[in-house]
Design a binder for this molecule. Sequence first.
Ligand code: CDP
Length: 137
Amino acid sequence: MTETPLPIVLVVAVALIDVDGRVLIAKRPEGKKLAGLWEFPGGKVEPGERPEAALIRELREELGIEVSESCLAPFVFASHAYDSFHLLMPLYLCRRWDGVVTAREHAGLAWVRPEKLSDYPMPPADEPLVAWLRDLL
Ligand code: CDP
C-alpha cells in the first residue's frame, strides 16, 4: 500500500534582530495549536502571494510593524513533518522596521540573546533554527 503524501504548508517566519543583537520570539496563544510554545513570528503564505509579501502582511497584522522588502535578508529553510501536513518554513532575517513591536495576536513577546534561545520551548519546526542563529549572530 502506498502512503498518501502529506500536504505541504508554506509558512514564512522572521528573526527580528535588535541593535543589541537580541532576537524576537513570540508565545503562541491559548486556543491555537502548539499553544504556549515560543515561535519565530510569521504565518502562512496565501495562494498566489509572494513569500516576502506574506511576511510583510503578517508582521503588520501580528506585531504592528512595517518592514520593507529590501530589509529582508537571505534565509534558511526549516522543514518538519507534523501529523497532518509537512511544514516548509524559510526564516528571514530583519534588522530594520518602522513602529513599535506589539503583541497583537501572541500571548507574549521576548527579546532573547541567541545563546539563550534554547531556554524557550519551541515548535519542533523552529528548534533547528536556533543553532543556526547562534552560529550566525
Ligand atoms: O497560528 P496558526 O496555527 O493559525 O497558523 P500559522 O501561524 O499560519 O502556522 C501554521 C502552522 O505552522 C502552525 O499551526 C504550526 O503548526 C506551524 N508553525 C510552526 O511550526 N512554527 C512557526 N514559527 C509558525 C508556524
